[in-house]
Write a protein of this length. Structure first.
Length: 122
């Protein structure tokens, strides 16, 4: 059964102590108006490829990608066959690690721009 996927967002994972400064920097650097979510957990800088500042735990400092898909299970299986591994599952998404050690998430469709720029996989 075929499914579609794409990279839909780049996340900057920032500690609480640097969250506001990180939001301000990337908003100014990219010329994008910040859209904070209730609860001060995420701030989105909308665009074709969303940039999201995530108020994360200190051990999660860094960056990660979100891969959006219409079939999480099929996409995870495809990526495992390419050498990625599952780190853990949260709700309806899966945190994975690429062979080079880079973390990324496989998530169900959540953006308003789906299905632009998707790839169809058999």
């Amino acid at each position: 059964m075929s499914h579609q996927s794409r990279i839909c967002a780049v996340f900057f994972d920032a500690q609480a102590s640097t969250y506001e400064a990180t939001c301000a920097f990337w908003s100014a650097a990219l010329g994008r108006e910040p859209v904070p979510e209730t609860g001060n957990k995420y701030t989105t800088l909308p665009g074709d490829l969303e940039i999201v500042i995530q108020n994360a735990k200190p051990e999660h400092d860094g960056m990660h990608l979100d891969m959006e898909t219409d079939n999480v299970e099929a996409e995870v299986a495809r990526l495992e066959a390419l050498g990625a591994r599952i780190k853990y599952k949260i709700k309806d998404w899966v945190v994975m690690e690429a062979p080079g050690g880079h973390a990324f998430c496989v998530v169900p469709v959540y953006t308003d721009t789906w299905p632009a720029s998707t790839t169809t996989w058999d």
